[in-house]
Design a protein around this ligand. Structure first.
Ligand SMILES: [Zn+2]
Length: 324
């Protein structure tokens, strides 16, 4: 961690001042047990608990990547906003990595966390009126498959559809992955916007999905080998595809009949469930207050199977629907 308190309970932020004396005692601002100041050659100067006890609030074992990203974003934010690092919020019993203007919590997530923990933290922020934005380190970059954890970290807006934030320390870039779609094989497609650190205020970057802008577009090509792919999956008894096959049978449909399988690409949460649209209950996206059912419906109404299909954000489909 980058903060501690001294004997007089004065907060020390290592990004602002390095402690003058090594002989002084320092304490964890959260659990008040003793911490030591570490100023080695590998990691950024930081504090670590003297005894490895379970302090759930001070983040132990933060990687170099996590410490460095906290430092970079702190310095970026400081140019334009009021920002606090590792600020303990007693009513939530949580410590966001960075707190902007007392209301926006930034969580830099560099390692996997349990879905239960993600749910608790997300709900806790929401219940107490904070906005939380999750920015993902290298191990959690979106890549070409949507794991359950990544699905629960997806954000949504009318202008960018499903989107996802990534931090790249090496390139010093904040990436916004937008217009996320998944094909029937489970491969991901999206468009990327990159913001260099300090290129413009960080809050402006984070507002990108919500401000008025030119319509995003993404071209995709039909998957001509899909039927062959599904055949193979069923032949090799892939549990996922056998399960889907039985679901389709219950609906009186054959999974190999591609007419029911259209569209071949769709927003996350929709694509294999098209025949079950009447049964999409409960929220299955942690960062969204509800499933975007009207986006799904508008998308299905407008989507056509062409040689090249252009995909758009939810705003486009809503406009098209109104014009019909
Ligand atoms: Zn502690």
């Amino acid at each position: 961690m980058l903060t501690a308190v001294d004997e007089k309970n004065c907060l020390i932020n290592l990004l602002e001042t390095l402690p003058a004396s090594r002989s002084k005692q320092y304490f964890c601002p959260f659990c008040h047990s003793e911490v030591v100041f570490k100023n080695g050659s590998i990691k950024l100067p930081h504090f670590a608990h003297k005894q490895l006890k379970t302090c759930t609030l001070g983040n132990e074992n933060e990687s170099e990547q996590h410490l460095m990203l906290k430092k970079e974003l702190y310095e970026w934010l400081k140019e334009t906003e009021s920002v606090e690092i590792e600020h303990y919020l007693p009513e939530l019993r949580q410590t966001p990595d960075l707190l902007i203007n007392g209301k926006v919590a930034l969580e830099i997530q560099c390692s996997p966390l349990s879905l239960k923990r993600l749910h608790e933290r997300t709900m806790n922020y929401r219940l107490h009126g904070f906005k939380v934005v999750w920015l993902m380190g290298r191990d959690l970059w979106l890549g070409n498959r949507l794991t359950e954890l990544k699905k629960q970290l997806l954000c949504y807006s009318e202008n960018h559809g499903f989107h996802y934030w990534e931090l790249d320390l090496t390139k010093r870039v904040l990436r916004l992955q937008s217009l996320i779609h998944e094909d029937l094989r489970g491969r991901l497609f999206y468009v990327t916007h990159s913001f260099l650190f300090k290129e413009k205020p960080l809050l402006d970057c984070l507002r990108t999905p919500f401000v008025q802008q030119e319509l995003l577009k993404m071209a995709v090509y039909p998957d001509n080998q899909l039927q062959h792919f599904i055949h193979k999956q069923l032949f090799h008894k892939s549990p996922k595809w056998l399960h889907l096959q039985s679901l389709y049978y219950q609906k009186g449909k054959n999974i190999l009949d591609l007419d029911f399988m259209r569209p071949y690409i769709a927003p996350p949460g929709l694509n294999l469930l098209v025949p079950f649209m009447d049964n999409l209950t409960g929220s299955s996206f942690e960062q969204l207050s509800k499933i975007p059912v009207s986006y799904y419906q508008n998308f299905l109404d407008v989507f056509q199977k062409k040689k090249i299909e252009i995909l758009y954000p939810p705003r486009f489909y809503a406009i098209m629907k109104k014009q019909k």
